[in-house]
Design a protein around this ligand. Sequence first.
Ligand code: ADP
Ligand code: MG
Length: 489
Amino acid sequence: MDYEVVIGLEVHAQLLTRSKMFCGDSADYDGAPPNTHVCPICLGMPGVLPVINAQAVEYTVMTALALNCQIPEFAKFDRKNYPYPDLMKGYQISQYDLPLSVNGWLEIDTSGSSSAPLSAGLEGGTRRIGIRRVHLEEDTAKLVHMGGYSLVDVNRSGVPLMEIVSEPDIRSAEEARLYLIKLRQILRWIGVSSGDMEAGALRCDANISVRPKGATELGVKTEVKNMNSFRAVKLALEYEAQRQIDILKRGGTIHQETRGWVESEGRTVGQRSKEFAHDYRYFPEPDLPPLVHTRERVAEIRAKLPELPDERRRRFVAAYGLSAYDAEVLTAERPVSDYFEAAVKAAPPGVEPKAVANWVAGELFRLMKAQEVGIDAVQVRPAQIGALQALVQSGNISISMAKMVFDEMFATGKDATIIVRERGLTQISDADQLGDVIDQVIAGNPQAAADYRSGKEVALRFLVGQVMKATRGQANPGLATEILQGKLK
Ligand code: ADP
Ligand code: MG
């Protein structure tokens, strides 16, 4: 029997607010000594009162709108009770039945993989994954296990944490990876979270089940935790799907449980049987008012959203004639995308966006990667890209010289024209001057010249190479080819 994999993801993202969710402590605790970002509120002392962080609420609604969710007029906070030592109050303030947002969706591009489009009317290879809800809660303290005993670091306790819950619409481990990448792109793009999985600012719990292909009922699921990279999510889900299929094929049954991914062993292991909602004894948080969003307020928050990556990607294709691939890589990160667009706008007349895209996605990305530099540290200013391309188009420098010039621009931030002048790099496009060099090259390579005359086309390329060498790369290769052909007739 063939099986189908069903996955739904619960993603937690720390919000980039200055202060914590319900107190004034700084939420930027990264690198701080343990237990230095604490106060009676996030320590869970009796008698204190939480105060809602308005910025965290706004970020959550922004995220929800970016994910096409509806924002109900009323939402509230609830207490979720559980007795873990990382929970200072013995309960987490979360949202249960009236979350800040519901019913959204996110599109992933699966054209690189084999799954078929789920809904009609979408671009080829696009799948729409439902978002059940985006809600707001608080992070827990961190336990540091010392072997035999554990230490508690309260710095993380009370940091605003947003939870994004998908519908069980994901059909493969690869789709889960694409969903996460897309979600992270949006969170970073709108500036609400760093999305840093290694630092724990973005965490993913994956619910997974399998069922006979064609079945409409959901199978029993397990929940996999502990994956801290996109790759780990994919590997863990591939493993877990196969484990479940193997059990069913042997006639066994799946038990609902929480499992942990053990990276070093490449497998998931059972951790505890699943808790249910009634285990948490949810009840409305009595110390906080409900959250009310008038339609005017929602419109106000919507107006704060920037152009989103999908929109921008489509616009780059339509307005600038970029290929789907170029548009994709040039909208992966907003600062890079802004950089590219600034370069297009500053380019001299006659320099096409496509040529600017080639420089940014080609040489610039290559050097940034090789030297591990982010776009904010790049010394080349956007306007310098088009100016360089203009020198190529006017025939002043060849494309290979331009690449050398770009290396130096990247290292020094100097203008292309200055580097060309300093290095004496202008291209020789003068037929007389080139003619002399070519005469010498033909005289010095009689065998190649004879080969070409007897019909060996490759010999011509060799001779052009010799001309380039003799001029230290400064000959205009097109002109050199023409003159060579003329002289060898
Ligand atoms: P729970 O109450 O166990 O947390 P929920 O129904 O609230 O379960 O769903 C939590 C997550 O699990 C959601 O992302 C949802 O899409 C996903 N999910 C629910 N049922 C299944 C299933 N049978 N297989 C895979 N994912 C599922
Ligand atoms: Mg769950």
